[in-house]
Ligand binder design. Structure first.
Ligand SMILES: CC(C)(COP(=O)(O)OP(=O)(O)OC[C@H]1O[C@@H](n2cnc3c(N)ncnc32)[C@H](O)[C@@H]1OP(=O)(O)O)[C@@H](O)C(=O)NCCC(=O)NCCS
Length: 168
């Protein structure tokens, strides 16, 4: 006997969070994480453009209780193709399942929007991200040499089929 947990609230003892659509009030938190996470952060204007854009799933994980932004992800679905453009988790919230949950929710929404594959680019030296994607079933499809002009790093291109099993 018992009450099933809210499927949008996850995490073990240390961190509880829920995932919802990105809103304008989240942008200060998103920008703080973005600047800490990437050598060439997106501008605030780029995130603003994603809010309410028809083909974009822009989502945030927020702390429960509290509501601070723990992470976010942006994914586009056009035709049969979804593409993960951005995902990051607040440094003190990493390694607690937030990234995996955001990725899962992007894929779920991508399937519902008609996506059959999801692709992404990741820096060749980004082990935490590569590990996250490998564990989730992404496979290597190519390398874009020198894709990241800020550091000259190569991009690894990864792809995964997505389908009804991911939509639940
Ligand atoms: C990549 C990132 C989003 C992962 O988020 P996270 O919330 O820490 O990840 P999770 O806790 O959900 O972990 C999921 C899996 O990722 C991998 N992972 C996460 N952190 C890792 C680390 N420091 N080293 C190696 N693997 C790691 C593991 O495979 C892990 O699975 P496991 O817990 O079963 O071992 C986060 O490290 C981050 O924000 N990095 C900076 C931004 C970035 O690089 N984004 C990706 C751009 S392509």
């Amino acid at each position: 006997m018992g009450i099933d947990p809210d499927p949008l609230v996850s995490g073990e003892q240390t961190l509880r969070f829920r995932i919802r659509d990105l809103a304008h009030e989240d942008l200060d938190g998103v920008m703080a994480i973005e600047k800490e996470s990437f050598p060439s952060p997106w501008s605030r204007a780029l995130f603003e453009e994603e809010i309410g854009r028809g083909f974009s799933d822009a989502i945030v994980a927020v702390d429960v209780p509290g509501g601070s932004v723990a992470g976010y992800a942006i994914c586009w679905t056009v035709g049969y193709e979804s593409h993960l453009l951005n995902i990051a988790v607040r440094p003190d919230a990493r390694n607690q399942g937030v990234g995996r949950s955001l990725l899962k929710e992007c894929i779920r929404r991508g399937v519902r929007a008609g996506g059959r594959t999801i692709t992404l680019e990741v820096r060749a030296g980004n082990e935490p991200a590569l590990s996250l994607y490998r564990r989730d079933g992404f496979r290597f499809t190519g390398v874009r040499r020198g894709y990241y002009t800020d550091t000259g790093e190569d991009a690894i291109v990864l792809l995964r089929e997505i389908g009804e099993d991911d939509a639940v």
